[in-house]
Design a protein around this ligand. Structure first.
Ligand SMILES: C[S@@+](CC[C@H](N)C(=O)[O-])C[C@H]1O[C@@H](n2cnc3c(N)ncnc32)[C@H](O)[C@@H]1O
Length: 170
């Protein structure tokens, strides 16, 4: 839970404000009741602060809801559903260009100026299982890296935001 919370914080929070139009999807494949997805929409989220306790409370609340295939809102800007990786990728590929983050990918900095609506897929502390990776690669436009070192997922998110900020006109 703490890793998930840090990933959400790094994805959506700025100093004293929130990044606009960011969506975070957590695909939970562990017990109980896998698969489970929690979606956070930065434009709509309310009463969430960057500290792990605040984020964890809202995620725990979402996980208590009985979920089906359709998204159900559990708090403003927080939704949950029961989709497996394939269904989620099918849905996301309608609105995003999907990039898979892996240590041996192409240098993200060399691609950011051409990226439109990117969505980055990251593994957890154990990485991504081979069979899941095979599926992700069917949907991914490219494999990208943010460093030559193996980093924590939340560090990758911070760097990806930094690289995108470098080429975005606000
Ligand atoms: C803690 S790492 C997983 C490490 C795990 N031992 C492995 O072998 O995959 C979590 C995720 O962060 C991403 N990641 C880590 N370092 C990266 C890098 N340098 N560039 C791009 N993504 C990276 C990958 O998606 C990875 O699955």
């Amino acid at each position: 839970m703490d890793i998930l919370c840090r990933c959400i914080s790094q994805a959506i929070f700025l100093s004293h404000s929130i990044r606009r139009s960011v969506e975070v999807y957590l695909l939970l494949l562990g017990d109980p009741n896998p698969p489970r997805v929690v979606k956070i929409k930065s434009d709509e989220v309310k009463r969430m602060s960057p500290d792990e306790r605040s984020v964890a409370g809202l995620i725990r609340k979402a996980l208590k809801f009985k979920a089906g295939e359709k998204w159900v809102e559990t708090n403003s800007g927080i939704l949950t559903s029961k989709k497996n990786l394939k269904r989620l990728l099918e849905e996301l590929s309608n609105s995003y260009k999907i990039y898979y983050m892996r240590e041996d990918g192409k240098d993200l900095r060399k691609l950011t100026d051409k990226m439109e609506n990117p969505l980055f897929i990251l593994g957890d502390h154990l990485g991504v299982k081979k069979e899941d990776e095979k599926l992700i690669l069917q949907f991914a436009k490219d494999i990208v890296r943010v460093s030559n070192r193996s980093l924590m997922a939340e560090q990758c998110i911070t760097i990806a935001n930094y690289e995108l900020d470098r080429v975005t006109k606000y």
